[in-house]
Design a protein around this ligand. Structure first.
Ligand code: AMP
Ligand code: FE
Ligand code: FE
Ligand code: ZN
Length: 284
């Protein structure tokens, strides 16, 4: 039994529908799937229904943008309640900020004589949590760039002319919010951050796990993060970070952590729900 706990849909910057993600997951022999769209849980109900119909297990999730020690970190929120009022409010705020950021990116592109319209980006994105990949797609479809990579390299990467920083909550705040919504907080793709010093303070703040298995981690990074997770008593998770067709070939099926890791996540949640000292006695 294998899982993929990092999957995006068109509710953020993926290209697949929730149903298509589930269908692909089943084709790749996966038994447990989690959606982790950026700043939204909107795809979860449909993915849960598709998983139920296909006989797969579904885990609710989202990928939140947070900040630790001046670095942007992505926090995966698993098992959260989709109707939690405070989490819903915070995500609505993130979505509004993402939409304002699109307008600002377009403004900056216009300033360097690239005549893109925000409306075109929103129409193409057709979701509440638009991001840079949508601007990149709009630049490609209007003929201003040949590829998405070129759009990022020339305009959208950090310190390029249309780059706009993203609003982020502190990691401690995000972790606390995820816990309040009944979930587990896991640091996504630590290997892409190149700032391992942020991990221990987040563990101190209640971080539950580390995404050791990720499609862009080398074997060496994977081993290094497995050791780090063990040392800090963090859960181990993994996923492909598949965005459908938006970044070349679909990555689903490339990372398949065994379901034991999911069992350990559930154990930690159950231990937290139990009052008393047992709540502190979970092994990673
Ligand atoms: P945002 O959340 O708006 O800052 O956009 C971040 C998203 O852009 C993440 O899903 C990244 O993986 C994606 N991204 C970053 N660089 C590239 C690239 N060169 N080509 C395509 N997508 C990228
Ligand atoms: Fe993304
Ligand atoms: Fe991420
Ligand atoms: Zn992701």
């Amino acid at each position: 039994m294998f899982a993929d706990l990092h999957l995006h849909t068109h509710f953020s910057d993926g290209t697949y529908s929730p149903e298509k993600v589930v269908e692909s997951g089943r084709e790749h022999g996966l038994s447990i799937l989690a959606l982790t769209d950026h700043d939204t849980l909107e795809g979860c109900a449909r993915a849960a229904a598709a998983c139920a119909a296909a006989g797969l297990e579904f885990i609710t999730g989202a990928e939140l943008t947070a900040e630790q020690g001046g670095h942007e970190v992505h926090l995966l929120a698993y098992f959260v309640a989709t109707d939690h009022p405070r989490l819903s409010r915070e995500m609505a705020k993130f979505q509004a900020v993402r939409q304002d950021r699109i307008r600002e990116m377009v403004f900056r592109l216009n300033r360097i004589n690239i005549p893109l319209e925000a409306a075109a980006v929103f129409a193409l994105a057709n979701c509440n949590a638009p991001g840079r990949p949508h601007v990149a797609r709009a630049l490609v479809s209007a003929g201003h760039c040949r590829t998405l990579d070129e759009a990022f390299e020339r305009y959208l990467k950090k310190h390029r002319p249309a780059w706009v920083p993203k609003y982020r909550m502190s990691a401690a705040h995000a972790i606390e919010l995820v816990h309040e919504a009944g979930g587990l907080a896991v640091m996504a793709h630590p290997g892409l951050n190149r700032s391992d010093e942020v991990i221990a303070p987040m563990a101190e703040a209640g971080l539950d796990g580390l995404e050791c298995f990720h499609s862009r981690h080398s074997t060496m990074q994977m081993e290094q993060y497995l050791a780090l997770a063990e040392g800090l008593n963090l859960l181990v998770t993994g996923g492909s970070d598949c965005h459908g067709e938006s970044k070349g070939r679909p990555l689903i099926g490339s990372i398949k952590p065994p379901s034991d890791y999911v069992a350990r996540m559930k154990q930690r949640l159950a231990a937290r729900a139990r009052p008393g000292p047992a709540a502190h006695a979970t092994a990673a």
